[in-house]
Write a protein that binds this ligand. Structure first.
Ligand SMILES: Cc1cc2nc3c(=O)[nH]c(=O)nc-3n(C[C@H](O)[C@H](O)[C@H](O)COP(=O)(O)OP(=O)(O)OC[C@H]3O[C@@H](n4cnc5c(N)ncnc54)[C@H](O)[C@@H]3O)c2cc1C
Length: 430
């Protein structure tokens, strides 16, 4: 779709800077916007990973997009260890090559000191250790290359749709709900020589520490909850520790017909999973589809709003469960059950619903199934679930179900789908 940016748009009118200074900080940009008259589809406030992602995707979908970032880039940011799932998002955004050649560091090994025991965990999918100043600048460049206009400042121009990507700053003052007790993190960087190559995670009482070597050889550490913790090597801090609020939260209404919040403007997860950036980029990709639908197919706007809202709620609640398991030392409870061949399986017919799902570049309403936890799922591994359920008698032996489904999908996948549906409470063994 060609960009609809109006080439002959009028010049912006700015409030006199001293007059603007009299306004409260958080409304200066908003007040200014009333005096500007620009023809923009989407304006994004905030140039972190979520803002750059949303802006790039919307520009790729043919929208005119302006991104306003209040700080000059490159600027430092915490959150340097990116979970392996980010690579899928980089592929979606078409930036894998740029990231791979940026000189960041891969880390496959974590030294975990938890409950008095030391364990060396080697992962087959390495984390990506980045300098966030460079990483965020690279993401912003990728948005610019897709046609996004980048503006450094605080004046937010008027647009058909507003995206709040200002992180914890919460520019649009959306209501947030804490999902865990308050957590404070102390961050600092160290220079020295004996830093381990492994990422180090260490628990002490109710507090824990995390540390990793950055691409430039300095060591970045975070102490959560208890500032008296320290690592066992000789080094000197480059700067005194900075305190950050690391409390997880979620916004229950992250989108409406004219605005949305993405990344940490919509939800924050516990840093123990090191997947805040992955979640922020994922929310930007999903929000872009929802916003594109609202702007281009208004008849589907309600479905798009429902879809993005449930995405935010699901990611937030999944992380809450993972972190609760991690802190309590419980094993990952995501294993699928083995269903005996001759087991009789009953299907919950009420689980069939019509729900919003992504179809190409739009959100559409499609047949789906509702899990016991209330999540609507249309596809599993590319397989539409509702037709599989619809074709079954109320009670059937497991082997007959797998036989029937194997006519349309590979047998191992049919077995996995059955286990998943039982685990999710859509079907049960009687
Ligand atoms: C202690 C701690 C440790 C963490 N460690 C990790 C980790 O190891 N790995 C990981 O993946 N995640 C980690 N995270 C989370 C991660 O940092 C965030 O999830 C991620 O940065 C969110 O991206 P974002 O784009 O939503 O927000 P941000 O990255 O915060 O970007 C927001 C941007 O908006 C700009 N802005 C703010 N107000 C305005 C305004 N009014 N106008 C214009 N621009 C504005 C800011 O300058 C900033 O550039 C950690 C978080 C904390 C608190």
């Amino acid at each position: 779709m060609p960009s609809r940016r109006n080439p002959s748009r009028p010049p912006r009118v700015r409030l006199h800077s001293r007059l603007a200074a009299l306004l409260p900080r958080d409304v200066r940009g908003a007040r200014m916007s009333r005096l500007t008259d620009v023809d923009i589809d989407v304006v994004v406030a905030g140039g972190g990973p979520a803002g750059s992602t949303t802006a790039r995707r919307l520009a790729q979908l043919g929208h005119s997009v302006t991104l306003v970032e209040r700080r000059t880039f490159p600027r430092p940011h915490i959150g340097e260890s990116l979970s392996p799932g980010v690579w899928v998002h980089f592929a979606t955004l078409g930036i894998t090559e740029r990231i791979a050649s940026a000189g960041f560091r891969l880390s496959s090994t974590t030294l975990l000191r938890w409950r008095g025991e030391t364990e060396r965990i080697v992962s087959d999918k390495p984390s990506l250790i980045v300098d966030r100043a460079l990483f965020d600048a690279l993401m912003l460049d990728a948005a610019r290359d897709a046609g996004v206009e980048i503006v450094f400042g605080i004046s937010i121009p008027r647009a058909r749709f507003f995206v709040d990507a200002t992180g914890r700053a919460n520019f649009s003052r959306r209501k947030r709900r804490f999902t865990a007790p308050r957590v404070i993190a102390w961050h600092t960087r160290w220079q020295g020589e004996d830093f381990p190559d492994e990422t180090v995670v260490e628990r002490c009482g109710d507090s824990w520490m995390w540390g990793t070597k950055l691409p430039d050889g300095t060591f970045s550490t975070l102490a959560f909850g208890n500032p008296s913790l320290k690592f066992n090597f000789l080094a000197s801090p480059i700067a005194p520790p900075h305190a950050f609020d690391a409390t997880p939260y979620v916004c229950d209404s992250p989108i409406d017909a004219t605005s949305a919040a993405v990344g940490e403007a919509a939800f924050a997860i516990d840093p123990i999973s090191s997947s805040g950036v992955q979640a922020a980029i994922g929310s930007g990709i999903t929000a872009a589809i929802a916003i594109h639908t609202i702007l281009e197919r208004p008849s589907n706007a309600e479905a798009a709003i429902r879809f993005y809202t449930s995405h935010v709620q699901r990611v937030s609640s999944q992380h809450m469960k993972w972190t609760t398991d991690a802190y309590s030392g419980e094993p990952d409870s995501n294993e699928l059950p083995n269903i005996a061949n001759d087991a009789i399986v009953a299907t919950n017919r009420d689980a069939q619903v019509i729900a919003p799902t992504i179809r190409g570049d739009f959100v559409e309403l499609e047949p789906a199934i509702r899990t016991a936890s209330g999540r609507d799922v249309a596809y599993l591994g590319g397989t539409p679930l509702a037709p599989l359920i619809a074709s079954l008698p109320a009670r059937t032996p497991a082997h007959a179900i797998v036989d029937q489904w194997s006519n349309t999908i590979p047998r191992p996948h049919a077995t996995a789908v059955l286990s998943w549906l039982v685990a999710e409470g859509v079907m049960h063994v009687v």
